[in-house]
Design a protein around this ligand. Structure first.
Ligand SMILES: CC(C)(COP(=O)(O)OP(=O)(O)OC[C@H]1O[C@@H](n2cnc3c(N)ncnc32)[C@H](O)[C@@H]1OP(=O)(O)O)[C@@H](O)C(=O)NCCC(=O)NCCS
Length: 177
């Protein structure tokens, strides 16, 4: 049983100081209802309050599906970011979304760790390909992590997004088709 994640909202006053310390980064699925709530609160802080992408809540039916994996990104004991992943109907196809790092935790590698963790997790579940609808300013970030553009930008939750994909199969099985 992992040590319970500390909520960034319970330590708001010294969050910047805490986030600035060089503590180890780690990602893992939420464990229990309290950590799921922290995951939702971080998403709400970013997608509702910072970006205004959703008016009230960014939660949807995917959050209730048993196959969905809700991930927390931790710096030391404190949760600073999220990502969510789930299988789509097409066999082997996974989707990642709700990648969010609180401003105090940005630029310390947590976002990249979350994306890599999502990719590893989907691959471990037998996924062949993972897709994401990425906000245009973040396309380069995903490219740096090995993702490729798919087609032209599309409207997604009211803003232009670029579909991107990454092959989840080990290199050897990819080369053998
Ligand atoms: C996008 C986001 C997740 C990045 O998280 P982060 O923790 O700041 O990113 P990292 O520190 O892991 O960055 C890893 C590397 O990517 C680079 N990078 C980060 N964001 C980038 C961007 N938008 N474009 C290009 N490069 C970027 C960093 O400079 C860093 O490079 P380095 O390894 O040379 O230092 C974060 O800014 C965020 O949550 N933004 C608001 C919500 C959002 O946009 N979500 C994504 C929706 S698609």
């Amino acid at each position: 049983m992992p040590l319970a994640a500390v909520s960034p909202f319970s330590t708001r006053a010294d969050l910047a100081a805490l986030a600035g310390r060089s503590l180890p980064l780690r990602c893992r699925p939420v464990s229990g209802a309290e950590e799921l709530l922290i995951h939702f609160q971080i998403r709400e802080a970013i997608f509702v309050h910072e970006q205004g992408l959703f008016r009230v809540s960014d939660r949807d039916a995917r959050d209730d599906a048993s196959a969905t994996v809700h991930v927390l990104g931790l710096k030391g004991p404190v949760a600073g970011g999220t990502v969510r992943l789930y299988p789509l109907e097409e066999r082997g196809l996974w989707k990642g979304d709700r990648l969010a790092v609180l401003p105090e935790f940005r630029a310390s590698g947590l976002g990249a760790e979350l994306v890599r963790f999502a990719v590893r997790t989907a691959a471990r579940h037998g996924g062949r390909t993972m897709i994401a609808h990425v906000q245009i300013p973040n396309v380069r970030f995903f490219q740096l992590l090995g993702w490729e553009r798919v087609g032209e930008p599309v409207e997604y939750v009211g803003r232009p997004h670029q579909e991107m994909a990454i092959d989840l199969r080990p290199r050897r099985s990819r080369e053998n088709g």
